[in-house]
Unconditional design. Sequence first.
Length: 153
Amino acid sequence: MSGCDLCGREGELFRARIEGSLVDACEKCSRFGKVLWKINEVKAEIKNKKIEEENTETVVDDYNNIIRKERERRGLKQDELAKELNEKESVIRKIENKQMMPGLKLAGKIEKFFNVKLIENVSNDRVEIKKAERRGFTLGDAIKQNKKQKRAG
């Protein structure tokens, strides 16, 4: 099972809204907020050695060169392309200078307009998480650290 987001304690967890944030909290910590539901132990189980594959869409690395070449090949200026895509000229300029990466929605519009490939599927392998590695820095740890700093200072 994974640990409590607040104190790191292992055991039965509850999804709770505490101070406006959704957290997975143990029974003791969940009293600081409103318990929404008990987390299904099967879903919270991470002990089993599982490697899941997750596909993610992302914009290709050389998006700026592809867009610039296609725009120039068609004889369009940046402001003309911006009008065609219903975007600001500054956005097109920043994308071509690689100062800004287009979001998936804008990349999709550009793909459709130029009939080029800008979005690719990337496979992310989730690595096995060992029990000792799972315990990260929790909110409870931050509070303890803050109290120690106040006492010392």
